[in-house]
Unconditional design. Structure first.
Length: 291
């Protein structure tokens, strides 16, 4: 079952919702960054949230960046999503020691610590929209909920989950966002809250082998949902040799000359993926001729 995002609206028109199955995305991130379980769970939640938030924008060539800066051992976590929900990301310290609230429950909040969440929406206008709030818990889902309430004044319910297997691979990952539409009665909010409470943790629901639509229907069994769109998503990096070349040229003649004079190949790795771009001294010399 491939990763996917499903978007839906209640037939009563009271709320819109999105859900994602992101197991493949989070497992790919684990392989690239060699994360240990606590970092896998934290980065996985950030990637999962960013993917849904990016997909919600519906600006064809837009992007969304979700950045968590905490004072915990993980350092900064960052994810960038395109308009479809394809996402990439990294964590400063991927191999921190295991932090658990209790046996079997990873303590992401403690690993993130206190700090800020920043959302950058690039809608291809003159300036991107940037919103920053203080972290509520560092557990990511609560912080996303708080971001929508405070920065965009949208009552939102967000849940995210990453289930790490005994071999440290990702057994299941996903989440959902439910947002109230203007005029929704309080009674609907109460019913949604009760449904969410009964459904329990995202990882428990996904462990039943459900896809994104199945997750959404399992969380909202009391509502009739109209599925608007189902979109396949993946961990996708947009790095290329051309982009790295442009970055090298931007260093300027003096720095490039120093690199060429060292007489050794240089390796430039992408912070988002496992690509390794190699430039020989002669290739650096050719770049010097273009400046």
């Amino acid at each position: 079952m491939g990763d996917q995002i499903v978007r839906a609206i209640s037939e009563e028109g009271c709320f819109k919702a999105a859900a994602i199955l992101s197991t493949g995305i989070v497992e790919r991130a684990r392989q690239i960054h060699k994360t240990l379980p606590t970092a896998t769970a934290a980065l996985g939640r950030v990637l999962t949230a960013a993917s849904m938030m990016g997909n919600m924008q519906k600006i064809e060539d837009g992007s969304l960046t979700l950045q968590i800066r905490g004072d915990g051992p993980l350092g900064t976590l960052l994810a960038v999503s395109d308009a479809a929900g394809n996402v990439r990301g990294y964590v400063d310290n991927p191999q921190i020691s295991l932090l658990e609230k209790y046996r079997g429950k990873l303590d992401v909040g403690a690993a993130v610590g206190k700090g800020t969440m920043t959302v950058i929406r690039d809608l291809r206008m003159k300036e991107p929209y940037v919103g920053t709030i203080d972290l509520v818990s560092g557990e990511i889902a609560e912080d996303v909920t708080n971001y929508f309430a405070r920065s965009e004044q949208i009552p939102t319910a967000c849940a995210l989950g990453v289930l790490v297997d005994l071999d440290q691979s990702v057994k299941a990952a996903g989440g959902y966002l439910i947002q109230m539409l203007p005029g929704a009665p309080d009674s609907v909010i109460g019913r949604i809250e009760e449904d969410i409470r009964r459904a329990g943790a995202v990882t428990g629901v996904l462990s039943r082998g459900l896809d994104a639509e199945g997750l959404l229907r399992a969380v909202l069994p009391d509502f009739s949902l109209e599925i608007l769109e189902t979109t396949p998503v993946e961990y996708r990096c947009y790095c290329s040799r051309e982009r790295v070349t442009a970055t090298l040229i931007s260093l300027g003649r003096k720095e490039l000359r120093e690199i060429a004079d060292e007489g050794r190949d240089i390796h430039i790795g992408c912070q988002f993926c496992d690509a390794d771009y190699v430039f020989t001294p002669s290739e650096i010399g050719e770049l010097l001729k273009t400046i």
